[in-house]
Design a protein around this ligand. Structure first.
Ligand code: AMP
Ligand code: MG
Length: 543
């Protein structure tokens, strides 16, 4: 056996190769039942985990953006030019030897209602890659053409939503949040018609394809669909496959390992959502078909970032009336979704206790992780007692007395001087977080100062070196997040043929906790022009 340290040196030294020179694996399709029909027409697919389907070629594929970080992870080199054979493969125009493309079959609860079969209506998985470190990654094209799961839609994706998914996947990864990754963004040269706000104004938009990457794209909804149809044998096969491939530490399949697996999915989902809350990420469409079995953030659609702190904020226009998926509801929706998942697994478990126990782990993990992360944002080791709880609760009140930017407030909190000589000096670093800093009412200023004095007294109790506390706070509070208006500016420029802002954002979001003073402009709060602009404050599911 190779010494693990030597193996590590060897693998990290292997240079990335062209996508066309890679060998591919097909473990998912080899292990699980396929839909016997190859008819690429919308239809119900019974008792199968996927359907064979090839991408539909596009007109003139061009590489618009590439993530070197994701490429290095997979051992794939940046394509030599924007039209190289690797780009053709990433557009679905060329299948490479060993690729056996498929679309997965799943269902889901959408906005709280059972929606039946959904499936990969525009995502086509090409193959799996085992990287030099021995990790398995699935390559999936989003927007690669119709599949049996496309229902009445076209199987395509527009540039604006593809660019948002590409950038945000990578940004989330660098924030330290579990997520699917993105390797490439390719424009297709085809036009795609979308009615962006479902208001009777369809427009032709440039089409694009993202190649996204994850150990698996299996969702809670894959299990729900099989259970809803009573396809228990296939349900068991999929569960066994997922456990053996992605949770091998849980041992061979048994009622006990199914319960342990359910608990682990609950735990991971809780950690993921606690991190969303930390950075102010709002997923926007937390349907059960959009929750990963691996606890990864998946399916970037009408997501958004809290700018002015508002717990009821949702970026998704479709969700405006119910606000089911607003910022503050995300932890509760995670639990609701896992409850549906638990129901689907019930046939595999001997008792209902495993499900109850898993859901309890979700609650505990979320509470514990969230409190830990919030303490970290404040520069505290832990939230210790009722006074600390009150300090945090009062902060949430404070953030709402005037429009306060979530990211900037926490980032600047580290700069509040412990030895401020005046109220003005105390509040000064935080002014940048207020959307109308000059219009703060005197009583609001007094409230802010009052809270800051309590806060400073509290951090002194921890007797941590100020420089160390500040450094820790900067690791908990990103300076750069992919604000909607930034993504929108990148979209507007890319639609005019200029991809430079995509590159810049990818680079800057690759180090979100660093100061990067040369990119100060990308850390600014949302400008007034973006307050009501489509794509900057509100998004629809149309993509
Ligand atoms: P989403 O809301 O993006 O998670 O999508 C819900 C379902 O609709 C999934 O089954 C998608 O694959 C499918 N879908 C969304 N957009 C399209 C499209 N343009 N063509 C085909 N299927 C789509
Ligand atoms: Mg989806």
């Amino acid at each position: 056996m190779t010494d693990p340290t030597i193996a590590k040196v060897l693998t990290s030294a292997s240079p990335p190769v062209d996508l066309c020179d890679l060998s591919f694996d097909d473990h998912f399709v080899r292990s699980l039942p396929a839909d016997p029909s190859r008819v690429n027409q919308p239809r119900q697919v019974r008792d199968a985990c996927y359907s064979w389907v090839s991408p539909t070629p596009v007109n003139t594929p061009r590489l618009l953006a590439w993530s070197d970080d994701a490429g290095n992870l997979l051992g794939i080199a940046r394509p030599v030019d924007s039209t190289s054979p690797a780009v053709e493969a990433l557009a679905g125009n060329r299948l490479l030897p060993g690729m056996r493309p498929f679309a997965a079959c799943y269902g889901g609860h959408q906005f709280g209602q059972w929606a039946g079969q959904l499936g990969d209506g525009r995502a086509i998985s090409l193959a799996e890659v085992v990287n030099p470190a021995g990790q398995r990654w699935e390559l999936q094209l989003k927007g690669a053409g119709p599949t049996p799961y496309s229902r009445r839609a076209d199987g395509r994706a527009v540039l604006r939503s593809s660019l948002r998914e590409f950038l945000c996947s990578e940004a989330m990864h660098h924030l330290g949040i579990p997520t699917t990754r993105a390797l490439s963004l390719v424009t297709t040269g085809d036009w795609v018609v979308r009615d962006m706000f479902y208001d009777g104004n369809p427009q032709a938009e440039p089409g694009a394809i993202v190649c996204r990457v994850a150990p698996s794209f299996v969702r809670l909804g894959n299990f729900e669909l099989l259970a809803s149809r009573g396809e228990i044998k296939t349900l068991r096969r999929l569960a066994d496959y997922v456990i053996e491939t992605h949770f091998p530490e849980l041992g061979s399949p048994s009622p006990a390992s199914y319960a342990a697996w359910f608990t682990e999915v609950c735990r991971r989902t809780a950690v993921m959502i606690a991190h969303w809350m930390r950075v102010g990420f709002v997923h926007g469409v937390m349907n059960t078909d959009n929750l990963s079995i691996l606890g990864l953030t998946i399916d970037y659609g009408p997501y958004g970032w809290l700018e002015p702190y508002d717990p009821a904020w949702t970026p998704n226009t479709t969700d405006e009336s119910g606000r089911r998926y607003c910022y503050a509801n995300q932890p509760r929706i995670g639990l609701w979704n896992l409850t549906q998942f638990g129901r689907a697994l019930q046939p595999l478990l001997e008792t209902a206790e495993g499900i109850e126990a898993g859901l309890a782990v979700y609650r505990d993990t979320f509470d514990h992780t969230y409190r830990h992360l919030m303490a970290g944002k404040l520069g505290l080791a832990t939230l210790e007692d009722a006074d600390d709880e009150k300090l945090l609760a009062d902060l949430f009140e404070l953030l709402q007395i005037a429009e306060t930017d979530w990211a900037i407030f926490f980032r600047k909190l580290a700069d509040v001087p412990v030895d401020a000589q005046s109220d003005a000096a105390l509040i000064e670093p935080l002014r940048a977080a207020y959307y109308a800093p000059d219009a703060l009412a005197p009583r609001h200023e007094a409230q802010i100062v009052g809270w800051l004095r309590r806060y400073l007294a509290r951090i002194q109790r921890d007797s941590l070196e100020p420089a160390i506390r500040q450094a820790r706070m900067r690791q908990a509070n990103p300076k750069f997040v992919l604000r909607n208006y930034l993504a929108q500016q990148a979209i507007d420029a890319a639609e005019k043929g200029d991809p430079s802002l995509i590159e810049t954002l990818l680079e800057v979001m690759g180090h979100p906790y660093d100061e990067q003073p040369q990119h100060e402009a990308l850390a600014g709060k949302r400008p007034e022009w973006a307050r009501h602009k489509a794509g900057c404050s509100a998004l629809s599911c149309s993509s």
